[in-house]
Design a protein around this ligand. Structure first.
Ligand SMILES: Cc1cc2nc3c(=O)[nH]c(=O)nc-3n(C[C@H](O)[C@H](O)[C@H](O)COP(=O)(O)OP(=O)(O)OC[C@H]3O[C@@H](n4cnc5c(N)ncnc54)[C@H](O)[C@@H]3O)c2cc1C
Length: 349
């Protein structure tokens, strides 16, 4: 089998890379051993332009939001399904200090933030002693639909092999790469946290971050918004609610813990005024990085080998943007954003 691009991994990164490559006329082949707890399968699919306790804008918010909206709409059209929904996040302040921080951001003419009127939120079934702000727009991606739609499309073209990638079977030469009976122009690794021990890019400064979530039934909660009070509540495409998540830089194992479940149920009981039922409890590890910037590019000495990884907490917006940059870099020699390009580590090698 002869292709232009061999991709390892079909999470957010591998799916977007295969899509962008095919859109540029390249033949692709993807190797993926699906893991039920990979972050792309656990994520809520939220694209939120505001982050942190000081309500600051995320890195490259304008470019990333605008690209995500266009890209998920186009991919949805190509798959015959709707993948992206524009919505708003109602951010209930947990303290007067957080309320003041939000008001300060508005006073500084911060984008995406505004205050709510009491009449807008008083019907919502939450304790709300300090009121709430609105973050608008926020996008919600149907990740199960996205991953499954891509998987089926690749399957239709015999371009997906669901099996573990065996590094020892890969041969990289100056004019091609060979993996079993697949000959390709280039290979790109999109393995998420499995890429930590990756053979070709061993020094990349990953900082894996564990996240746990509860999946809930809350039949009486209006589904048109996302809600937050420390904890985020997001409506999923199957009718359930996603409640999470934790951010743990230090952990002994990647599995769900009773401590998270107990603490989250306790928080929900003191915030929500209506009943809820826990239907699942999941955990995954984000491919986060020390400088909170992705790893994108081709190996400086072995340019037939590339990486698209390190999307951290923002894979939904970063993966489509940087998948396109990587393909354009290859085909048109366009630059990769210097804060994301792995060329930034060239001096250290
Ligand atoms: C709890 C939680 C909540 C999150 N919420 C959000 C959110 O709301 N919004 C957002 O933007 N981001 C969120 N994220 C982050 C986001 O999920 C990640 O940034 C993103 O999923 C990373 O995608 P990836 O393709 O790099 O990795 P992965 O999702 O890990 O995909 C890698 C794929 O490669 C496969 N693979 C790995 N090694 C091999 C091998 N050797 N052979 C074959 N296959 C292999 C894996 O099985 C997997 O299918 C969240 C993450 C977590 C854990």
């Amino acid at each position: 089998m002869q292709v232009d691009l061999l991709i390892v991994g079909q999470g957010l990164c591998g799916s977007w890379l295969s899509y962008e490559a095919q859109a540029a006329g390249l033949r692709v082949c993807v190797i993926d051993a699906p893991q039920p707890n990979s972050p792309s399968r656990i994520s809520a699919g939220i694209i939120n332009p505001i982050t942190g306790r000081r309500h600051v804008e995320v890195w490259m918010s304008d470019e990333l939001l605008s690209h995500a909206q266009t890209a998920y709409t186009a991919m949805g059209d190509s798959l015959g399904q709707s993948l992206i929904r524009q919505t708003t996040l109602i951010d209930f302040f947990p303290s007067d200090q957080m309320q003041r921080s939000f008001q300060d951001r508005i006073a500084q003419k911060g984008k995406f933030v505004s205050l709510t009127e009491e009449s807008q939120i008083k019907h919502l079934p939450f304790q709300q002693p300090y009121g709430a702000g609105i973050i608008d727009p926020v996008y919600l991606i149907d990740l199960p639909g996205f991953l499954e739609g891509n998987r089926k499309k690749l399957m239709r073209f015999d371009s997906l092999f669901e099996e573990p990638f065996e590094m020892e079977r890969l041969q990289v030469s100056s004019d091609h790469v060979q993996y079993k009976d697949i000959r390709a122009e280039r290979i790109v690794f999109c393995e998420g946290t499995a890429g930590l021990s990756e053979h070709f890019f061993p020094g990349l400064p990953f900082a894996p971050n564990k996240g746990e979530v509860l999946i809930l039934e809350i039949p009486d909660l209006p589904r048109e918004h996302l809600y937050k009070q420390g904890l985020m509540l997001a409506p999923l495409s199957d009718g359930s609610w996603w409640a999470g998540s934790s951010y743990q830089w230090s952990f002994d194992h990647p599995h769900p813990t009773p401590a998270f479940r107990n603490e989250t149920e306790r928080s929900l009981r003191s915030w929500l005024k209506i009943p809820f039922r826990v239907v699942d409890h999941r955990a995954g590890v984000r491919p986060a990085t020390l400088e909170r910037r992705p790893f994108v590019g081709f190996h400086p000495q072995k340019p037939r080998v590339g990486v698209l990884n390190g999307m951290g907490t923002k894979g939904c917006s970063l993966a489509p943007f940087f998948a396109r940059e990587l393909i354009r870099h290859w085909l048109n020699e366009e630059p990769i954003h210097p804060e994301a390009s792995i060329e930034r580590f060239s001096g250290d090698r």
